[in-house]
Design a protein around this ligand. Structure first.
Ligand code: NAD
Ligand code: MG
Length: 381
């Protein structure tokens, strides 16, 4: 039986990963971690009986120990060491990285070094440490399988084409809840408006990233690392219905796309069973009913997430880290009601312009860049 570990089992990707495990019936969960949702985590532990679990801090680990006293043989860890243990110290062969943010960097590296394949949902790790992760994946001989729906679509569109050069990647975007809004209208949008994504139900951070279009910008950087293309070869196309999940254009002009209903279980399952496809329950596309698929150019004047991310990749070094760290804190502040929606862009621009440049940052330098960006933001906003 194939064994898997899940970082972030109680989140949007984590719970859908467990749906796949439940539906397929031939995967075993050997380790899993969560932040602080102990009620759900306890239920998951009782259902899947992993041999190792981890939570955010020591107090939660103590509480969990009390709650599952009747179960034997489960090692309970906490904090970053716990996350790294769940990623590496068990008999899983594939690790699903479903935690949010740069917190994923060290556990992902630990998993790769332990020769585990990675089903990567945690895009922030590639955005900030892609230059370290990609060579490590090669050196350790593991597979890095994309879970992000667009990257899974690109990956599927590359099947059988590995020898052929990519002319262009067409990365599709839904446009999020504020598509067609003007800057003046965005001045007064609130947290609840931003959390209403038209097509996808996801965690809070990525839902805000979709509203700002920063998510698409992070995905451009993610695609650059995963598929070895230049940023200029990646074109973002707004496809408001989320039917086409992304496309690859080859040198002869042929465009190959992957289409489907918006259901994250498909890319999760594809990564877990690659290269095999398995049956999956759920709705199917009904082309007679759809009748048309619409496209638009992104409005990069209003939604500055995209141009800011292109700017960060062009500058390179630790600038994508500065942008990503600024975004993590800015989104947290927005969700907390501390800043307005448009202030998120101001904070990102400030971080891109004012972070001390490091050309080829190590993990320590990435984490110290994160810290200095946080300090700067906290002193100004
Ligand atoms: P989420 O907020 O729903 O879940 C996050 C998980 O991380 C939870 O299990 C939470 O308990 C855990 N966590 C939070 N803080 C923690 C801590 N300090 N220590 C340990 N665990 C902690 O997030 P999500 O929407 O599932 O997104 C996960 C990742 O996948 C993100 O990088 C996101 O960009 C990416 N992604 C998500 C989707 C989606 O549909 N949700 C699609 C594509 C990519
Ligand atoms: Mg995506």
């Amino acid at each position: 039986m194939k064994k898997i570990a899940i970082l972030g089992s109680t989140g949007s990707i984590g719970t859908q990963t467990l749906d796949v495990v439940r539906e397929q019936g031939d995967l075993q969960v050997s380790a899993m971690s969560c932040g602080s949702n102990l009620d759900l985590f306890e239920k998951q532990i009782r259902e899947f009986l992993p041999s190792m679990v981890s939570v955010k801090d020591e107090a939660l680990a103590k509480e969990l120990t009390d709650r599952i006293r009747d179960l034997s043989g489960i090692s309970i860890r906490f904090g970053i060491d716990g996350l790294m243990a769940v990623a590496a110290e068990n008999d899983a062969t594939i690790v699903v990285t479903a935690i949010v943010g740069m917190l994923g960097i060290r556990p992902t590296i630990a998993a790769i070094r332990a020769r585990k394949n990675i089903a990567l949902a945690n895009k922030e790790t590639l955005v900030t440490a892609g230059h370290l992760i990609m060579p490590m994946v090669k050196e350790c001989g593991v597979s890095l399988l994309p879970v992000d729906s667009e990257h899974s679509a690109i990956f599927q569109s590359l099947n059988g084409e590995r020898e052929n050069r990519i002319a262009k990647i067409l990365l599709t975007a839904s446009g999020g809840p504020f598509l067609h809004k003007t800057k003046a209208e965005l001045e007064h949008v609130g947290v609840q408006d931003a959390l209403k994504h038209p097509n996808w139900s996801m965690g809070r951070k990525i839902t805000i990233d979709s509203a700002t279009m920063v998510n698409k910008g992070l995905e451009v950087i993610e695609a650059k690392w995963l598929f070895g293309v230049q940023p200029e070869q990646i074109e973002v196309v707004v496809q408001p219905q989320s039917i086409i999940h992304s496309m690859v254009e080859y040198e002869d002009g042929a465009v190959i796309a992957q289409l489907g209903t918006p259901d994250m279980r498909l890319p999760i399952q594809y990564a877990l069973y690659y290269p095999k496809r398995r049956p999956l329950s759920g709705e199917r596309l009904d082309f007679a009913r759809i009748s048309e698929i619409r496209f638009e150019k992104p409005d990069s004047e209003t939604f500055m997430g995209l141009p800011l991310c292109y700017d960060a990749i062009r500058r390179g070094g630790n600038v994508p880290t500065a942008l990503n760290a600024a975004n993590e804190l800015a989104v947290a502040k927005f969700l907390n009601g501390e800043i307005s929606f448009l202030t998120i862009y101001e904070i990102l621009e400030d971080a891109i312009r004012n972070t001390a440049f490091v050309a080829d940052p190590s993990v320590e330098e990435i984490l110290s860049t994160e810290q200095s960006v946080y300090d700067r933001i906290r002193s100004k906003w």
